[in-house]
Design a protein around this ligand. Sequence first.
Ligand SMILES: [Fe+2]
Ligand SMILES: [Fe+2]
Ligand SMILES: [Fe+2]
Ligand SMILES: [Fe+2]
Length: 434
Amino acid sequence: MTFNPLMEKGIPLEKQLRSWHDIVKRPLNKLDTDCYTRTRQILMNGIEVEAWNFKHAFVRLFDLDNDIKKIISHTRRIEDMQQTTVNWLTPANQTVLETTLGYEQVAVDLTAYLAQNEPDEYVKETFDFGLLEDFDHLYRYSQWAYMNDGVNPNDILQHKTDVVISRPTQNHHNDNRIRLRKHYDKNTTSPQTKVNILTLVSGEQQTHNFYAEHGFMYGNDDLSRTYAEICDVEEEHVTMYESLIDPSETIFEKLLLHEFTEVSTYYNCYKDETNERIKQLWEEFMMFEIEHLKMAAELFKKYENKDPEEIIGDKVIEPCHFESQKEYVAKVLENEIDKRLLDDGEYTTIDKLPQNWTSYSAQEIVGKDGAPTEKTIELIKTSIGTDLVYADKKLAQMQPKLLEKGLEKKAQAPDTVNVQEYKEMQKIDTPELF
Ligand SMILES: [Fe+2]
Ligand SMILES: [Fe+2]
Ligand SMILES: [Fe+2]
Ligand SMILES: [Fe+2]
C-alpha cells in the first residue's frame, strides 16, 4: 500500500494526550527481540527527539503569531510523550554497551540502505563516506561489550551486521570545518533526498546524545575515553549530514518536512515490524503524525500560499527499511576505506592529501596522548590474544590489507596498532568464547 498522507485521516489532535500508564509501556524483552525491532525503536527515539528539539527552536528563533505558537506547543508535547514511550521500550537489563551496539547497527544498516535508495549522487557519496566510520565504531564497541560486560556482540547484532576494522576511528577526527558539505537545492531536490537526510541526521544526533549521556557510566577511564572519542565523531557526523540541507528552506517548509519524515518513518516501521505489539504502536503513532502533518500543511498554505505537495510530493516515502547489508558494506569498505574529506565539500584519497591538510593538526592534538580506540585493540589483545571479528573468511583475511590502505601514515596516535602488529594478532584464531 502506498498512500498520500495528506489525504488520510489520522487520530485527532485532541485525542493524542495520553495517560502515564499508556505512555510507559511494557519494555522489549532483550532475550527474544529481533535486532531490527530494536534498531527501529532506537531510530524512532531519535526521530522524536529531533521533532521535539526542532519545535523548541521554531518558537525561540522566530517572531510568530500567538496562534502559531499555540499549535506548535500542543504538538510538541505530543512529540515528547511519544519520545518517552519509544525510548522507554528499552529493557532495564540491556546494558549501555548492548544499547550502544544497537545504535551502531542502526547507523551501519540504515546508512547502507539510504545510500542505495538515494537519487542524488553527491548525497549518496556522503552517506557512503559516513557509513565506513560507524562501521568501525561497531568493531571498537564490540570489543568493549565483550571485555566489560562479557557480552557476545551477536547477542545484539544477531549475525546481521559484520564486526571488522573499517576506516580507523582515529582518522575520523577532522577539522570540523571541512566536514561541511555542499547543500542540495530545495527547488530541484526530491522529497526522498530531503527525508533521507533528515532521517539520518536525527539518528546521528541521538547517537551523539546517547554517548554524551552514558559514556562515563562504567567507571573505566579507557572505556569512557572511547565513548568520548566516538561521541565527538558523531558530532562531526551531525555537522556533515545537516550541512547537506538547503538552509534557505523556510521555517514552515522545515516543519512540513519534519512531520512528513515522522509519517514516513513510522509508516516504514509499521510496514516492516514483526512484533505485533510494537507494530500496533507504530501504526498508532503514524496516525498521530498524519494529523501533525495536516496541521503543518495548513500553516504552510496559510503563510506561504503554496501547495504542500510541491515540497513533499503526493506519496509516503520509505526512509528506514532495515535488513542485512553485509555485501554492500563490504563493497564500500574495499573501495573507499582510504577516502578523505577536503574543503569546499570535495573528497580525495589519503595518497593525494596535501602535507598541510587541515585535519592533521586536529588529529595531532586530540590523539596526542593516544587514541582510546587504538588502546581498545591493545586491551582485547592482552585479554584474549586477538580481537573479535565476525565476518566471512574472505573479508576477515583482508583486514591487514585494508588497514594498510585505510590508515593515514601521518599524525598517527602514539599507541596506534600498526599493520604488522595487527597481522601478528591475526595469526591467533579468535577463541571460542561463547
Ligand atoms: Fe512525533
Ligand atoms: Fe558511530
Ligand atoms: Fe555516526
Ligand atoms: Fe509530529
